[in-house]
Design a protein around this ligand. Structure first.
Ligand code: SF4
Length: 510
């Protein structure tokens, strides 16, 4: 809940404070990332972009976690007066407060941490540390986080009993008022935290030394660049040194290591006898010849499954951490929009229908009613990644059993246009190893792409709608959001129309 603020502390207060919790976690993932973060902050310009709504949800989860406990006091935090926050926390303790939110502690040698909830153990001098996460499971880095907090509070004079993680129960189904007892899971992680505690001091010393070094650490990119967080310095650490990088096609570290050891960076230089899967070989051949790979027989088999009229369909969903509606769970994908192009014959004209729920109410009932009406009873329904739309239909059927049969029938009529591209029945060198419609469309139809759209991918669509439904958008913003959402979703289904046409044309040409 307080990561952003701690990041800022990292930038502004390194002279005074040696290390904060988020820097510690960053350094554990990669010391080089921590070095960049503290020594070259300008490299990380976009860290807050596009995530305001997510952070908004983080604040809301934090507030609900505070409501879970009664009569707590909150320690205000001001970047320019950190020592005041630590003193205020001590004062709250002296004054007999039993629950302190955002308690702040700093060791004598400048290691700073805050804890979401510091809770007194009844009739004792001990405290429990409670860390709140938006996550629905305990992750390894949560335990590192908690070990760091425990170290700081212990070394700032607090007696600590348990380290408890408070996270979101994704099996909770809302019914009426939000039930905080059911929404949160409280898990005692003390044993796991204690196992890590012995390493914290040594790790802090190592990381502080790294940060203070004039030279950046010599660390190569690898799997650690993505876990537990996607590192924002990836473009800096692995600048594109060649036109067709081998890692666009190969993911096996064994193959990548062999290629690296042999100085092969570009797909064009892959040796003939290099062992590859059929999918990899198709992509490599396509790049080497700079030619589209086409397996007409397989594509014809795919196209033969089509039944007209054909419906080209795409859903947009949002997934609030806190369930907003009855009969929904935390992070459940709630569909709020679809686009539908309908075509009666091969190469025929298309009619466009769209649905976007414009009220701040549960979109699912109107979504389902309109969908069932618009999709008719016969004809193939083209989707791009059937697993997603079929899963949404399944959940809608479970939530609204009276529509289950019709939703199932829609799913049964679905034909997945992703298949020919993912299985490489057809492959364009410009797909760059991806079958995402965002890569496939401009590869085959360069004049059509998502570049000029304000909303150009699913997560932005979801965050934009969340902003509207949570009353965080003005009327003017709402109009913009809706206009952008309609453009984005319509392009997804229009892309399906164009790509299917392209497949038909490719198979009919000699
Ligand atoms: S991209 Fe990888 S190697 Fe570079 S700083 Fe990030 S985690 Fe470290």
């Amino acid at each position: 809940m307080i990561v952003v603020i701690e990041n800022l502390i990292g930038i502004i207060w390194m002279d005074t404070f040696k290390i904060s919790k988020s820097q510690y976690i960053r350094g554990l993932q990669c010391p080089k990332s921590l070095w960049y973060f503290t020594n070259q902050p300008s490299l990380c310009k976009d860290q807050f972009n596009g995530h305001n709504t997510l952070f908004g949800e983080g604040i809301e989860v934090g507030m609900l976690a505070q409501n879970y406990f009664k009569n707590g006091i909150t320690i205000n935090f001001d970047l320019s007066r950190i020592s005041e926050s630590t003193a205020n926390t001590k004062d709250a303790v002296k004054n007999g407060c039993k629950v302190i939110f955002e308690a702040t502690a700093c060791t004598k040698d400048g290691v700073l941490s805050r804890i979401d909830i510091l809770k007194k153990v009844d009739s004792s001098e001990y405290w429990d540390l409670m860390e709140v996460k938006m996550s629905t499971e305990i992750k390894d880095h949560h335990l590192d986080d908690m070990a760091f907090q425990r170290y700081v509070f212990l070394n700032s004079g607090y007696k600590i009993r348990k380290s408890i993680l408070m996270y979101i129960n994704n099996t909770y189904v809302r019914s009426g008022e939000l039930s905080l007892n059911d929404l949160f899971i409280l898990k005692d992680c003390t044993d796991d935290v204690l196992k890590r505690l012995t390493e914290v001091k040594k790790t802090i010393e190592r990381l502080v030394k790294t940060v203070n070094s004039k030279d950046e650490p010599n660390i190569e990119t690898g799997n650690h660049c993505k876990k537990p967080f996607v590192c924002e310095y990836n473009a800096h650490c692995s600048p594109k040194v060649t036109k067709n990088p081998v890692n666009e096609i190969f993911s096996s570290s064994q193959k990548l290591n062999w290629l690296k050891d042999n100085g092969i960076k570009d797909l064009k230089n892959i040796p003939k006898d290099f062992k590859m899967t059929e999918r990899e070989a198709i992509a490599v051949r396509s790049v080497k010849k700079n030619k589209v790979h086409l397996n007409k027989k397989e594509i014809k088999n795919f196209l033969n499954k089509l039944i007209f009229p054909v419906y080209y369909l795409d859903y947009e969903t949002f997934f609030p951490a806190i369930p907003l509606f009855d009969n929904s769970k935390p992070y459940q994908q709630i569909p709020f929009q679809y686009s539908l192009h309908i075509q009666n014959e091969i190469f025929g004209s298309v009619k466009h229908i769209e649905f976007l729920h414009g009220e701040k109410t549960d979109p699912r009932p109107s979504f389902v009613k309109n969908l069932i009406n618009n999709c008719g009873d016969i004809g193939s329904i083209i989707v791009y990644n059937k697993a997603f739309e079929a899963r949404i239909n399944k959940e809608l059927g479970e939530n609204f059993p009276k529509w289950n049969r019709k939703l199932l029938s829609i799913s049964n009529r679905m034909l997945d246009l992703l298949l020919p591209f993912r299985s490489r029945m057809i492959y364009h060198p410009k797909m760059r190893g991806s079958a995402s419609i965002k890569k496939v469309l401009p590869a085959f139809v360069p004049e059509l792409n998502y570049n000029d759209l304000e909303i150009s991918e699913g997560t932005s669509a979801s965050l934009a709608y969340l902003k509207f439904i949570k009353n965080l958008a003005t009327d003017e913003e709402k109009n913009h959001i809706f206009k952008d959402l309609k453009k984005y979703c319509a392009l997804d289904t229009y892309a399906e129309v164009i790509l299917l046409k392209f497949l038909f044309e490719s198979c009919s040409s000699e």
